[in-house]
Ligand binder design. Structure first.
Ligand SMILES: Nc1ncnc2c1ncn2[C@@H]1O[C@H](COP(=O)(O)OP(=O)(O)O)[C@@H](O)[C@H]1O
Ligand SMILES: Nc1ccn([C@H]2C[C@H](O)[C@@H](COP(=O)(O)OP(=O)(O)O)O2)c(=O)n1
Length: 516
């Protein structure tokens, strides 16, 4: 199993790769450290950056070894410890030029592939998924805003760490200088002729600007069943480590390290998304939000199947509903984000019951206001729904959603956020669905419902037996969008996705005049 993590400077590649390697017991390969080592050797020997021949000779002859110390990874070049020397501003300034020499890259790629023969490796750099390991099972392109990256790096240079101390500050002038350096290095790494920094077409994009380290690591684990499997079997100690723990826990006695830490924090170990929930063990609603539907305890599964059966029979008889183009929903088993208009409380019932009836696992996103009623929260958690706090970037909900998709589940999202009791308006939407799909590397599928506004007359409690129609649309892939930048892609997906939803609704409206 090879996990390839590429991305620009300061996006968190090394930290994430290191944490992942410890959590899942993979070999960690820091390829940036290799180019840096060549640069250090050249600098120490007084080789000019213009002397390409001499640099190539050093690259071909260099011996690089990685070790471990209580402070973290150590790097040796030609037998000398260069762990500190490779992280200086002088090396930052010259490493891009060294790494741009094709023969230097060839020499490093040979060493990197040899390291890959170790089997289970997480490698990070700029060209891992594109050049070094194009057949890697998991490819991640990790990014973050340049400002966030400069801030992290500035804090890191002062010996602090944004991953463990989110409010850490750094010297503003220094941060500005680093920002300029990062932008220049982005440009140099992206525009060089050989192996430029660019995502592999099959890479999963993760923007870490507003994610914690653990959220990024969780998102990577969620990408591949093989990683989830390793995570299930990993020693409990290595799950959900903080960066600090990652850096200092080179000791094999990590289980006791963890227990001490747990006692200190007074926390209960968080259940992994794929651990089977046992029945009658006091599972919390959070356990259900974080666990795959397949791993719900048997009584919850039986409850869910009965609920689906009853809902299908009762609502089919009462509303005589049908879904057109239904094969696009039920014959497609790929995980995706399904978006829909939201005129009534019946909408999630129809879609969830229909998909689950056809054995397509689906989780609905619902507004967390419902959680005020503990009974509703209990019920929603048992039918696989996930709460979201509207009006803010609810990272927990995003992480849970991405993890669900990583497990092969679909997500049903109502971007309108609340019921819209008018078929002629286009309300402002909550765009989180595009971000989730982007982070999870999946498509978005639009669908629509029509007729549900007639279910109840204003101020009447009577549920009328009116006919209701659904219509499924074709999936939209990020690869089909015009935009090239991630933020623009998310925006385009939001607009295009909702355009399609309303086109589908308007089609149903035209087909059934006189109805609402
Ligand atoms: N998700 C994150 N949130 C906050 N800080 C982070 C995050 N990921 C990494 N960091 C911190 O940012 C700094 C740069 O990360 P690093 O892994 O060295 O980046 P890269 O290898 O991509 O250049 C480190 O101090 C690291 O602890
Ligand atoms: N696989 C790789 C890894 C790094 N490089 C280059 C790109 C960077 O400018 C340098 C240093 O990489 P490194 O990941 O250590 O640098 P940052 O931590 O991102 O600042 O090497 C590369 O070209 N290919």
């Amino acid at each position: 199993m090879i996990v390839a993590i590429d991305g620009p400077a300061g996006s968190g590649k090394s930290t994430v790769a290191r944490a992942l390697s410890q959590r899942l017991n993979l070999v960690f390969l820091d390829t940036g450290a290799m180019y840096r080592s060549v640069s250090v050797v050249c600098l120490e020997k007084g080789i000019s950056l213009d002397d390409t021949e001499a640099i190539i000779k050093e690259a071909r002859e260099i011996q690089i070894t990685f070790g471990n110390s209580p402070e973290g990874q150590t790097v040796f070049a030609n037998g000398h410890n260069v762990t500190q020397a490779i992280r200086t501003p002088e090396i930052d300034a010259c490493v891009s030029r060294v790494a741009a020499i094709p023969e230097v890259r060839e020499a490093m790629v040979v060493l990197q592939r040899r390291a890959g023969e170790a089997g289970d490796v997480v490698a990070e750099g700029r060209d891992i998924g594109t050049v070094v390991f194009p057949k890697a099972e998991v490819k991640v392109f990790l990014t973050a805003d340049p400002e966030a990256r400069a801030h992290r790096r500035a804090v890191q240079r002062e010996g602090k760490d944004t991953a463990t101390n989110a409010s850490a500050t750094a010297d503003a002038a220094e941060e500005k200088k680093i920002l300029e350096d990062i932008k220049a290095r982005d440009e140099a790494d992206s525009s060089r002729k050989v192996a430029p920094l660019k995502p592999a077409p099959d890479a999963h994009h993760i923007d870490s600007s507003h994610m914690t380290l653990n959220e990024v690591v969780d998102a990577v684990v969620a990408l591949h069943p093989g990683l989830q499997e390793r995570d299930r079997h990993a020693p409990r100690a290595s799950r959900h480590q903080s960066t600090h723990e990652t850096k200092t826990s080179s000791s094999d006695d990590s289980e006791s390290h963890r227990s001490a830490d747990q006692k200190r924090k007074g926390t209960r170990e968080k259940k992994s998304g794929d651990k089977k929930l046992k029945a009658f063990r006091g599972n919390s609603c959070d356990d259900y939000f974080d666990t795959g539907l397949l791993n719900f305890p048997l009584p919850a599964k039986i409850f869910l199947r009965i609920a689906i059966f009853v809902l299908m029979v009762v609502t089919k008889l009462w509303f005589r509903w049908s879904i057109a183009n239904a094969s696009l929903l039920k014959d497609d088993r790929r995980p995706r984000v399904i978006i829909m208009n939201h005129p009534s409380m019946f909408d999630p019932v129809m879609m969830v019951a229909y998909l689950m009836w056809h054995h397509i696992p689906v989780r609905t996103i619902y507004k967390s206001e419902f959680d005020k009623n503990p009974l509703v929260k209990w019920l929603f958690s048992r039918v696989g729904a996930i709460p979201v706090e509207r009006g803010k970037a609810d990272m927990k909900a995003i992480r849970r959603s991405v993890a669900a998709i990583g497990r092969g589940e679909c997500l049903l999202i109502f971007p309108e956020g609340t019921r819209i009791r008018d078929n002629h308006i286009r309300p402002e939407i909550h765009g989180g669905f595009a971000l989730i799909a982007q982070l999870a590397g999946c498509d978005v599928q639009p669908a629509a419902i029509f007729g549900a506004l007639d279910i109840k007359r204003a101020n009447s409690p009577v549920i009328r037996p009116v006919k209701i129609w659904g219509l499924a649309g074709e999936r939209i892939s990020f690869a089909d969008l015009q935009a090239t930048k991630r933020k623009d892609q998310a925006r385009e997906m939001e607009e295009l996705g909702m355009d399609r939803v309303y086109e589908l609704r308007d089609q149903l409206m035209r087909e059934h005049p006189g109805r609402n």
